[in-house]
Design a protein around this ligand. Structure first.
Ligand SMILES: NC(=O)c1ccc[n+]([C@@H]2O[C@H](COP(=O)([O-])OP(=O)(O)OC[C@H]3O[C@@H](n4cnc5c(N)ncnc54)[C@H](O)[C@@H]3O)[C@@H](O)[C@H]2O)c1
Length: 719
């Protein structure tokens, strides 16, 4: 044994070939925490001290190779400032360079996921051999940083600047065949042949058949590009990537600049350029929030995983109603492999549901994601029916019929009498209380909400709504089914609007106030889109539908009259009364025309302005900052209330629900992270100022005031 640590062992075989194995104790994965990096430094020293060695294999004893650096350490480490970050990077560069400079040939055996820092480890060795099921990539830019352990320097020297830019700026996980094609790895073999393939490469290098020294020279020297090539590659890439990433995500462009600046330099100087840019990005709010997002996502996944473990099997499901939502739910279930009965009372509704599913599967065939045989097989997972014939074998039912409590009551009680006693019933209602729907059921413990978002195949969130009588088993099975459908379930308690709509409608409330006080709704849309929302509030209302919005607003006003009930009409109501329902009838705040691809394209419409005039009471002008505050404060405050009222269990789940459910700008991290970023005291002051003018929708809660006084935050100092 050459070295033995908690995560790393190094041993040599009879031929003096050493293997450095990553196998982090008490964890299912390998990651490069600061402790593991320290061990790696010690292991490399031990390797340097062994003069008998003739080669090194770097390998993993787990299913993954290395998933990357330990992201849970980032906030703490980055908060120490630029100098400390630079020091950490320099230390790692020292270790990685030492691997690159070992006096014998080296190879990495990539058996599973090799991401971020894990991928950068593989780049230090002379050769890489990869298992056919493994994946490799540099996703750092997705966290608002760039590969800082030599990835921006080594990868372009191995695969060329154009390919390296694609991997680094895109942050993709790449399959073995793709990695081989661009030369990121030297060979791809079945997983069980990795070790022998790695040893074979070393033997050939030692016999002089493979020139490992040439590999090193290439990796440590300036990048071979003539000035014209340089300009072509980098300038074209910058234009393309800037367009794709948008103004709020600086990391992909910074990465390209780092590759460009370092191109003419040898290893040490190129690494210094990389380190400087990394430290700069690591200190941005965007990075802080994107790292926070990753951590929140882990919390959400872990919670769902815990429910999943307790869940009874969900092998056969049924959806009631083959409309927009029912059809989408059937498609999603079938697509991910859970057979589903799709029941409606109308033959033509079923036809429409199936047509939609066929269309979505067809698109996957067009994109070569499915073969026609696979499409036929998946489509056969949907069994359309007008009767309750096979409901005795169903484990879970999703009710998605019209939003009418009487119809839902009738359908739910009917189906409860037909299914097994253990079967779980769920409702996709948007506005009806889960406790209220449970009242007529014989087994309310087997019932909960399962709230999907439209379009089902695209929107990642499913709110699982726990009623007062809902059992853990019902929640667990529903969470497990949502996960099996590839969705992110978040468990919330019952209240008007549940979590997401309860938070969204105060935002629309803010919009109504702005319009009444004289703001131009198209300008409000522009400001909020610039702020980072995928669409502004007027456009979003057109997509949601004015009828749905008015109805949901009534439910919210009844539930929370003190802050959500309004005297007089809002612009939304005026649109509704004048049959401007939004995209569904081609006119709302905007008018809609078909574009070349047959998709609705919004255009400005004077008729909408004429109607809005009916509700305009003032002639105020608002700065962009004013507009953002008047829109965001009610949304953030309602999120705070949901947390205080125990509708949602943690800040992490609240923020993720908003990002996954309504497209809250991810780089801002969510409503509670947004308050933290502003500072709770500053937020309270802003809200108080607006509450004086606009009333209780803008009034901070007592608890939030206490937090402001005591200096508390939602996420703690370095979370
Ligand atoms: N559309 C959305 O954006 C959205 C989003 C989230 C939740 N929801 C909720 O999902 C549910 C369905 O909404 P939708 O937009 O799909 O409505 P939809 O009108 O498109 O579809 C409803 C379907 O239910 C069928 N139906 C009516 N009575 C039935 C019965 N007794 N048995 C079986 N089928 C019956 C109808 O024939 C129709 O095909 C509603 O509760 C709605 O609030 C809708």
């Amino acid at each position: 044994m050459i070295y033995q640590g908690n995560a790393i062992t190094v041993a040599s075989n009879g031929d003096n070939i050493a293997t450095l194995t990553f196998d982090l104790k008490d964890e299912s994965i390998n990651k490069l925490s600061s402790a593991v990096v320290k061990e790696l430094g010690e292991a490399v020293k031990a390797l340097q001290g062994d003069s008998d060695l003739k080669g090194l294999v770097i390998a993993s004893a787990k299913d993954v190779f290395i998933v990357g650096a330990d992201i849970t350490e980032f906030h703490g480490m980055f908060s120490k400032g630029e100098a400390q970050i630079a020091e950490m990077l320099e230390q790692v560069h020292g270790i990685f360079n030492a691997i690159e400079d070992l006096p014998f040939p080296t190879v990495t055996a990539i058996n599973g996921l090799a991401l971020g820092g894990g991928c950068e480890v593989t780049l230090t060795t002379d050769f890489r051999v990869m298992g056919d099921k493994a994946k490799i990539g540099l996703p750092e830019t997705k966290l608002g940083i760039l590969p800082g352990w030599g990835g921006c320097v080594r990868l372009p020297r191995i695969v060329g600047a154009d390919n390296a830019i694609e991997w680094i700026a895109g942050g993709s996980e790449n399959r073995a065949d793709a990695a081989l094609k661009i030369g990121a790895v030297d060979a791809v073999v079945p997983g069980d042949q990795l070790e022998s393939a790695a040893l074979d490469i070393l033997a050939r290098a030692n016999r002089g058949e493979l020139d490992y020294q040439a590999r090193r020279d290439e990796k440590t020297a300036p990048l071979k590009l003539n000035p014209i090539e340089q300009m072509m590659v980098f300038e074209t890439a910058k234009g393309y990537v800037a367009g794709k990433a948008g103004p709020h995500y600086p990391a992909p462009i910074e990465a390209i600049k780092v590759i460009q600046k370092g191109a003419g330099e040898e290893r040490g100087r190129a690494q210094a350029i990389e380190a400087k840019a990394f430290a700069k990005l690591a200190l941005t709010d965007v990075c802080y929030n994107l790292v926070g997002l990753f951590l929140n996502d882990q919390v959400v996944k872990k919670k769902a995983g815990q429910y999943e473990k307790q869940a009874q099997p969900v092998k056969q499901t049924a959806v009631l109603g083959a409309g927009i939502m029912g059809g989408g739910i059937a498609y999603q279930s079938a697509s991910k492999g859970t057979p589903i009965l799709m029941k409606d009372i109308k033959e033509d509704a079923i036809e429409l549901g199936l047509k939609e599913a066929r269309k979505l599967f067809g698109k996957q065939v067009e994109r070569s994601k499915l073969t026609t045989e696979q499409m036929a097989e998946k489509l056969s997972n949907i069994r359309p029916t007008l009767s309750y014939g096979d409901f005795g074998h169903v484990d879970l039912v999703v009710e998605a019929v019209v939003e009418n409590p009487k119809v839902k009551d009738a359908v739910l009680t009917e189906v409860e009498g037909l299914v097994d006693d253990k079967a779980i019933l769920t409702s996709n209602t948007s506005t009806i209380s889960i406790n209220r729907l449970a009242e007529n059921l014989k087994r309310p413990e087997n019932f909960c909400g399962m709230h999907f978002f439209n379009p089902v195949h695209r929107m990642p969130l499913v709110e699982v709504i726990r009623g007062e009588k809902t059992s853990d088993a019902a929640v667990a099975a529903t969470v497990a089914y949502a996960r099996a459908m590839g969705k992110t379930p978040i468990v919330v308690n019952d209240c008007p609007g549940f979590l997401v709509n309860r938070v969204l409608f105060p935002y629309f409330g803010g919009f109504s106030f702005l319009v009444e006080q004289g703001a131009d709704f198209q300008h409000v849309d522009k400001v909020m889109e610039k702020f980072g929302w995928p669409m502004g509030p007027a456009y979003l209302l057109d997509v949601v539908g004015m009828d749905t919005a008015v109805h949901a607003n009534e439910v919210m006003a009844e539930g929370f009259p003190e802050r959500m009930a309004r005297d007089g009409k809002t612009a939304i109501q005026v649109m509704y009364e004048n049959e401007r329902l939004g995209q569904k009838n081609d006119k709302g705040f905007y008018a809609y025309e078909e574009d070349k691809k047959g998709k609705p394209k919004k255009v400005s419409d004077d008729a909408a302005y004429a109607l809005v005039k009916q509700v305009v009471k003032e002639d105020k002008t608002f700065s962009d900052e004013d507009i953002i505050a008047r829109m965001m404060v009610p949304l953030c405050l309602e999120t705070v209330r949901c947390l205080e009222d125990d509708i949602v269990a943690s800040p992490a789940e609240a923020d993720m629900a908003l990002i996954y459910g309504i497209g809250f700008p991810p780089f801002r991290g969510g409503a509670l992270r947004y308050i933290d970023a502003m500072g709770v005291a500053a937020f309270v002051e802003l809200a108080d100022g607006l509450a004086e003018e606009l009333g209780p929708l803008y009034a901070p809660t007592d608890k939030l005031r206490e937090m402001a006084k005591s200096g508390d935050t939602f996420y703690g100092k370095s979370a």
